[in-house]
Design a protein around this ligand. Structure first.
Ligand code: NAD
Length: 310
């Protein structure tokens, strides 16, 4: 008996890379899967139906159930049609995994409006589009015990601030905020919402010079299939307790990110501009040791400090 027997899943961007690994594992564990992929090049150009169809063929050849969908998830109507296809093909929808993505890397000072818009459109708007229609469907089910699952893909690029990917980092952190909002809004309808920050050797990472596969052995450990088990876990009915979390999955490591938290604060008794010298001193005294002592703003979070009163 598979771990996802009888469940119905949509995996966007599952014609290649990490998404394909997720679709295959969900199907192997008994889920019926809608394999969505526009089949585009890394920059989002040149659509092609071959990748999604190939994954569906593989799943069926292995004895699983799958149908292909070639829609652009960045189009609201196409995303709605994708959700409808799952329900029409398999009778319901339990799991939505938003994996689809593109890259248009450029340093901020050279980035065009078009490069910014294209990446925000696919990652952030695409994640909204599919989730919005899935959420409306789950709300209609009126089943708080439904074990419904929204699983979005974020990135270390946003969580740690990749300098050459301002568009992608912004979209991926937007997805984190979106996931937290969904976690709070949809729990009452039986939906958990979590995000995955993956790491794998795919055409996406091959395009980034310092992340290229370094050896065949490295390639095996960083195989895209290694991300899928963490997704399958979140998708399973037993993972109701896990909501509003960011999980990292790369190679043979699966981790849990902390949520942003207030580390320290100064509390005043009146407007801060009454004595700016004092305000500046207080801010430096309270925050500088935390920022510099931990190796900078992106170092692991230290334990919360007691408030410094004014
Ligand atoms: N590979 C990594 O190490 C890594 C790291 C961090 C985050 N990610 C994220 O993981 C996800 C998968 O990345 P990957 O490395 O497998 O990339 P990939 O390029 O191999 O696969 C992405 C797939 O999304 C599809 N796609 C793109 N735009 C689409 C659209 N509008 N509608 C439908 N499908 C579309 C593409 O055709 C492609 O098959 C992405 O969201 C990516 O940002 C990957």
């Amino acid at each position: 008996m598979g771990k996802l027997e009888g469940r119905v899943a949509i995996v966007t961007g599952s014609g290649r890379g990490i998404g394909a690994g997720v679709a295959r594992l969900l199907a192997r564990e008994g889920a019926s899967v809608v394999v969505n992929d526009l089949g585009v090049a890394l920059d989002g150009s040149s659509p092609d139906s071959t990748p999604a169809q190939q994954v569906v063929n593989d799943i069926k050849a292995a004895g699983g159930q799958a149908v292909a969908n070639y829609n652009d998830i960045a189009e609201l109507g196409s995303a709605e049609q994708l959700i409808r296809q799952a329900i029409d093909s398999f009778g319901k929808l339990d799991i939505l995994v938003n994996v689809a993505g593109i890259l248009r890397d450029r340093m901020l000072f050279n980035m065009s409006e078009q490069e910014w818009d294209a990446v925000i459109r696919v990652h952030l708007k695409g994640t909204f589009n599919t989730s919005r229609h899935a959420a409306a469907y789950w709300r209609e089910q009126r089943n708080p015990e439904g074990h419904f699952r929204l699983i979005n893909f974020t990135s270390g690029s946003g969580l740690h601030g990749a300098p050459g990917q301002p568009n992608y980092a912004a979209a991926k952190m937007g997805i984190v905020g979106f996931t937290y909002s969904c976690a709070n809004a949809l729990a009452r309808y039986g939906v958990t919402s979590n995000a995955i920050a993956p790491g794998a050797a795919t055409r996406m990472t091959e395009s980034i010079p310092d992340q290229r596969r370094r050896s065949p052995q490295d390639g095996d450990e960083r195989a895209p299939e290694n991300v899928a088990p963490a997704v399958a876990f979140l998708a399973s009915e037993g993972a109701d307790w896990c909501n509003g979390q960011v999980i990292s999955a790369r190679g043979y490591e699966i981790g849990l990110y902390s949520k942003p938290q207030l580390l320290s604060q100064i509390v005043g008794t009146g407007p801060w501009d009454r004595d700016l010298d004092k305000t500046f001193d207080l801010l430096e005294h309270a925050f500088r040791p935390l920022v510099t002592g931990q190796g900078g703003a992106f170092a692991p979070a230290p334990a919360p400090q007691p408030a410094q009163a004014r």
